[in-house]
Each structure stands twice: as structure tokens, then as C-alpha cells.
Design a protein around this ligand. Structure first.
Ligand code: HEC
Ligand code: HEC
Length: 381
């Protein structure tokens, strides 16, 4: 399939943004956006009524969402994206259409759905540049539609969300053991991140109740590490082509980083989100899972898939809101093993709109001291 090059180009395209920023800095513009700056202020030519109000990190994620929703790469709207000659500012015909569509989506939701976001780019485009207009009769008679609602509701005959979460805590080793967990250091390999092949080290640090950092470091190249850090209050991402690729998390990625940090200490899972609902049964491939959902701040959602037999968490999909649709990030957990009486997943598959990797762990240490700088801004380490 063509999917792999799409993902690589998307990552390459993001690199182009930072390179552009570097070039602009020579002309006296600030390099990284100032904290709290909106996209309409940080970028030269961001003018739609909704996207211009986003934080810079949410704006870039919304670009990933547009690309995925239409099956495009950054370069399909922005000339030379993915190279150091990328021009994100110029208005190409397709970019002009996209801008019009952004306003159209806002208008449809405002006039028909009381301002609730019911219609998104995905509603019509479904991964195609031109939305299809007519049903295929094969699809009607033969292939069931397996698309899922974003929202989860309690199904009759299923346990409550509370019962599912209790079973999970029990399956991991019980509330008492989990309460005694104060830190986790996990090491292993990261496979398939960007176009970098298999040769990267993966390290995850977590400190109770809500600090977490992930590092991907490359053994055979001069490439700087990728770092995701959250210190309980502020979050940062530093990307592999990291000339400039460090930015602060302000928007929904900050809520996502906080949730992942909290879930590193699963004894507190019930408090990590509010308004827990479910359970419902949902399939991934040919396996059924027990699914519950909770809400975070500002329209943030997370859906958790539990293995019905073991009670362990198999998948989390978290969604950050945007004016053009929810921005998903998905983590699959597997290969649970016992470390000091608590079960930990030794494999994570991490996917977001602009990349994915699989982390295979070979060692987990618990309750060891971790230097506080690990969780802070990467560049000031
Ligand atoms: C379908 C077309 C389309 C695709 C694909 C697309 N964009 Fe955009 N991009 C836009 C539009 C439209 C705007 C202006 C939005 C506005 O005016 O609010 C924009 C603006 C931008 C800007 C701001 C440039 C400036 O300084 O004014 C950046 C940066 C950007 N996009 C990055 C990306 C990246 C990175 C990708 C790939 C992940 C991407 N875009 C994919 C349509 C697209
Ligand atoms: C109500 C349905 C609908 C929604 C929602 C929708 N689109 Fe479209 N879009 C269309 C149709 C239909 C076309 C094809 C128009 C044509 O070919 O004349 C199109 C075409 C486009 C094109 C031009 C593609 C090309 O051929 O170059 C872009 C870019 C685009 N849409 C972006 C978006 C974005 C971004 C969103 C979300 C903000 C969005 N659309 C939401 C229906 C929709």
C-alpha cells in the first residue's frame, strides 16, 4: 500500500515548517512561536475564522488532520513541503479551496447543528480528494460498514465503566500495589519512527502522580533525539529533525500528555478523566473489546479498549478537538509482564496524525530516583 510514504512525507512536511521558521528568523521574525500565540498571529497567512484562533501546536495537528481526511501530503497544498524550499505561505488553488471548506464546515455546523460539531472534513471526504457521491452496491450488500462513532454509550448487558476500571486495577495487581508505585523507568527499542528504520533506543520516565517523558535516540546517526516531556504543568515536543523542532504544548496535546502521564500510574485512572461512560462492545479486527470513555477539559475525549478476558488495557484513543474535526492519537498496549507484582505492557504502538512507532521494552524498573530535569523543557537539559 501507499500508506507508508504518506506518513513519511507528512513527517518530512512538518520538518519543513521548522526549517521555514529558521529561514524567517534571519529576516527578524521570532523562531519559535511565543507561548500562547495564536496561529493567526504566529503564521503569516492564516486567516480562516476558526483555525486562526488555534494554538500553534493544535494548528499544525489540524494540518495533519486535513491531510489524512483528504488522503493528501503537505506538499499537495504547500509547494516543496518536506524540503528546505517549502513555501507554506503562498496560496495555491487547492489551499484556497481548503480555506473555503474550513469556513463551509463552520457554517454547516452553525446553521444546521446549533454550533455542535457534527460535520467535519471526514464526513464528506473519507480520505479522498473528491468525495464520492454514490453508494457502491457491493458495499451495500456485502461489506458491513465498520466505522465507529466517536462517542461511547452504555450498552445493555454490559458492565458499568466503574466496574471495567475496577477490573483493570485488579488485573494490574490491585489498588494497594499500584498506590505504592512512585516511578517507572522503561527502556527498549523504537521501531519504524519516521523514515529512520529500526535502530533507535526508547526510554520512558514517569514519576507519580503526573510527570512523564519519552525519549527516542538514534544509535547510528548524528540525529538528535526526539523528546516528549510533561512536568505536571507544561509539556514539550522536540522532533527528530530538530534544528528548530522544539515547541511547547499549549492546546489539546497538553491534555493528552497529562493523561498519558497520569495513566502511567493506573491506580488513579478514575480521577484522570470525568464523566466515565460505557461499557460497550467494539471490535478491532476480529476481536471484541470492552470499551469505556471519559472526558477531559475543553472537549478532550479518550476511549479505552479492555481485553474482556484479562481485563487489561489494549488500546487508548485520545481525541483533541479542533474546528474541523477531532484529532486522534492511538496507543496499543500488549505483551503485559509482571514487574514486582504489577503488570506492565512491554509493547506500545504509538500512532498520531504525522507518524507512528512501536516501542518494544526489554526492561522496566520501578520506584527508582529520576532527575527532575528529565520532565522539563528538552533544550534546557
Ligand atoms: C488540503 C490542503 C492542505 C494540506 C494538505 C495541508 N495544508 Fe497547511 N494550510 C492549508 C490552508 C488552507 C492554510 C491556511 C489556513 C487559514 O488561512 O486559516 C494552511 C496553512 C499552513 C501553514 C501556515 C503558513 C503561514 O505561514 O501562513 C502551515 C505552517 C501549514 N499549513 C503546514 C502544513 C503541514 C505541515 C501540512 C502537512 C501535515 C499541511 N499544512 C497540509 C491547507 C493545507
Ligand atoms: C459537505 C461535504 C464536504 C465537506 C464537509 C468538506 N468538503 Fe471538501 N469538497 C467537497 C466536494 C463535493 C468537493 C469536490 C468539489 C468539486 O470537485 O467541484 C470538495 C473538494 C475539496 C477540495 C479540492 C480538492 C481538489 O480537487 O483539489 C479541498 C482541498 C477540500 N475539499 C478540502 C476540504 C477540507 C479541508 C474540509 C474540512 C475543513 C472539507 N473539504 C470538507 C465536499 C465537502
Amino acid at each position: 500500500m501507499k500508506l507508508w510514504w504518506r506518513i513519511n512525507l507528512a513527517v518530512a512536511g512538518l520538518a519543513g515548517v521548522w526549517l521555514t521558521g529558521l529561514a524567517l528568523s534571519a529576516q527578524g521574525r521570532t523562531v519559535a512561536p511565543a507561548t500562547g500565540q495564536k496561529a493567526g498571529e504566529a503564521f503569516k497567512n492564516v486567516t480562516t475564522s476558526t483555525l486562526k484562533e488555534l494554538s500553534v501546536d493544535d494548528f499544525i495537528a489540524s494540518m495533519g488532520l486535513i491531510s489524512a481526511n483528504l488522503g493528501l501530503d503537505c506538499a499537495d497544498c504547500h509547494p516543496n513541503a518536506g524540503t528546505d524550499r517549502a513555501d507554506f505561505v503562498i496560496d495555491t488553488p487547492r489551499k484556497v479551496t481548503a480555506r473555503r471548506m474550513v469556513e463551509m464546515v463552520a457554517g454547516i455546523n452553525r446553521t444546521n447543528f446549533g454550533g455542535v460539531q457534527r460535520v467535519t472534513c471526514w464526513t464528506c471526504h473519507h480520505g479522498r480528494i473528491t468525495p464520492s457521491t454514490t453508494i457502491s452496491l457491493d458495499a451495500w450488500y456485502e461489506a458491513p460498514n465498520i466505522e465507529l462513532d466517536d462517542t461511547v454509550r452504555q450498552e445493555s448487558g454490559q458492565p458499568t465503566a466503574d466496574q471495567v476500571l475496577d477490573k483493570y486495577i485488579q488485573a494490574l495487581g490491585g489498588a494497594q500495589r499500584l498506590a505504592g508505585l512512585t516511578s517507572v523507568v522503561a527502556t527498549g527499542n523504537a521501531l519504524g519512527y519516521g523514515d529512520l528504520g529500526g535502530n533507535a533506543d526508547f526510554t520512558m520516565f514517569a514519576k507519580s502522580p503526573n510527570q512523564r517523558a519519552t525519549l527516542i535516540t538514534y544509535k547510528d546517526t548524528q540525529r538528535p533525539a526526539s523528546i516528549w516531556a510533561f512536568d505536571g504543568r507544561t509539556g514539550w515536543i522536540k522532533t527528530p529533525r530538530g534544528l528548530l523542532g522544539e515547541y511547547e504544548l499549549i492546546g489539546s496535546e497538553l491534555d493528552g500528555a497529562r493523561l498519558e502521564a497520569q495513566l502511567s500510574f493506573p491506580g488513579q485512572i478514575k480521577q484522570a478523566l470525568t464523566n466515565w461512560r460505557g461499557a460497550a462492545i467494539r471490535s478491532i479486527g476480529d476481536r471484541d473489546f470492552v470499551v469505556v470513555q471519559g472526558s477531559g477539559p475543553r472537549g478532550f475525549l479518550a476511549t479505552l479498549y479492555f481485553d474482556p478476558a484479562s481485563g487489561l488495557l489494549s488500546r487508548m484513543v485520545r481525541y483533541g478537538p479542533s474546528p474541523i474535526g477531532r484529532m486522534p492519537t492511538q496507543i496499543d498496549y500488549s505483551d503485559y509482564r509482571d514487574v514486582g507484582g504489577i503488570k506492565f505492557p512491554f509493547e506500545y504502538k504509538f500512532m498520531w496524525l504525522d507518524g507512528r512507532y512501536t516501542a518494544k521494552l526489554n526492561k522496566i524498573e520501578t520506584n527508582v530516583a529520576i532527575d527532575a530535569t528529565k520532565f522539563g523543557r528538552p533544550s534546557v537539559k
